[in-house]
Design a protein around this ligand. Sequence first.
Ligand SMILES: Nc1ncnc2c1ncn2[C@@H]1O[C@H](COP(=O)(O)OP(=O)(O)OP(=O)(O)O)[C@@H](O)[C@H]1O
Ligand SMILES: [Mg+2]
Length: 148
Amino acid sequence: MDNLQLDTLVITCDRKSELPSVAQQILTFAADSRIMLFVGDLGAGKTTLIKELCMQLGVKDETASPTFSIINEYVGDASNSIYHFDFYRIKNEDEALNLGVEEYFYSGNYCFIEWPERIERLLPDNFLIIKIKGNEGEKRTFNLTRYE
Ligand SMILES: Nc1ncnc2c1ncn2[C@@H]1O[C@H](COP(=O)(O)OP(=O)(O)OP(=O)(O)O)[C@@H](O)[C@H]1O
Ligand SMILES: [Mg+2]
């Protein structure tokens, strides 16, 4: 990766009830970054944090659709779309291209991406990566880095 690293921030969280505040700090730190990559082991809390970010962006109906497979769309309080991707089960980058991911990535809307490692070559240059550590109890560490 030869992107320019801009800025970093570490957020620690002792319990799940702190996630609304964590989400707010992430949105503030992200500034204009609309692409957020979530990296962490199974059960680290990627989906849980994304759900909280959506809540903070005013998504009312956060019930995951039963057909959720790879791409899910939510609507925030400014009637803006928020896209949530989970590439865990993607077969290869061609499958992602066929789903039209590039159109979403370059739409200017928030794109929250789980398992970005699976489609690394399709990612735009500007993104915020959030590395989540810890999966026992409710303690988590979130390492944020903004790239351009
Ligand atoms: N501080 C915390 N932040 C996030 N999740 C937490 C926290 N404390 C406990 N949890 C719990 O950890 C679990 C995280 O599951 P989640 O589905 O969000 O993980 P994931 O990283 O998306 O996993 P996968 O790779 O399978 O998609 C949930 O049961 C959640 O309630
Ligand atoms: Mg998940």
